[in-house]
Design a protein around this ligand. Structure first.
Ligand SMILES: [Ca+2]
Ligand SMILES: [Ca+2]
Length: 137
């Protein structure tokens, strides 16, 4: 994990870079798809849902949550990803929902840069990395 500074534009630029975004989505999807059937089951998705940390942190401070409450949140997140409600998340659903979540996050952040603690392989971290490579180039 590392502390990075990011703003809404960093996230939007990443999501709108079709090549970079699709590439990271596919990498992550393959990584999560433990049995390689091309679909993410609830247990495979759980790993991803846990890294979203959207509900656990508030400005980088971990908020303790009741495990029952947390599993209800994971359930509802899974349903949100599973657009056709067939009990599994395919690549398209994964991409569409991740994109929506990231855009919602970007809107929430706005244009004021904020410091965030990011997991090494998270999409947000990739967004920051993409931005800094671009600036360096
Ligand atoms: Ca699978
Ligand atoms: Ca589905």
């Amino acid at each position: 994990m590392s502390v990075e500074v990011l703003d809404g534009a960093t996230i939007v630029n990443f999501v709108e870079d079709e090549e970079a975004f699709s590439g990271s989505i596919r990498d992550r999807f393959d990584n999560l798809d433990a049995d390689h059937d091309g679909l993410l089951s609830y247990s495979e998705m759980l790993k991803e849902l846990q890294t979203l940390r959207v509900f656990e942190t508030h400005y980088g401070i971990d908020v303790k949550m009741d495990p029952d409450e947390l599993s209800r949140i994971y359930d509802s997140l899974f349903v949100q990803f599973d657009h056709d409600s067939n009990g599994a998340v395919d690549l398209e659903e994964f991409k569409a929902e991740t994109k929506q979540m990231m855009l919602a996050m970007a809107t929430g952040l706005g244009f004021l840069p904020v410091q965030m603690v990011l997991e090494k392989d998270s999409f947000l971290k990739k967004a920051v990395e993409r931005e800094s490579t671009k600036l360096a180039a």
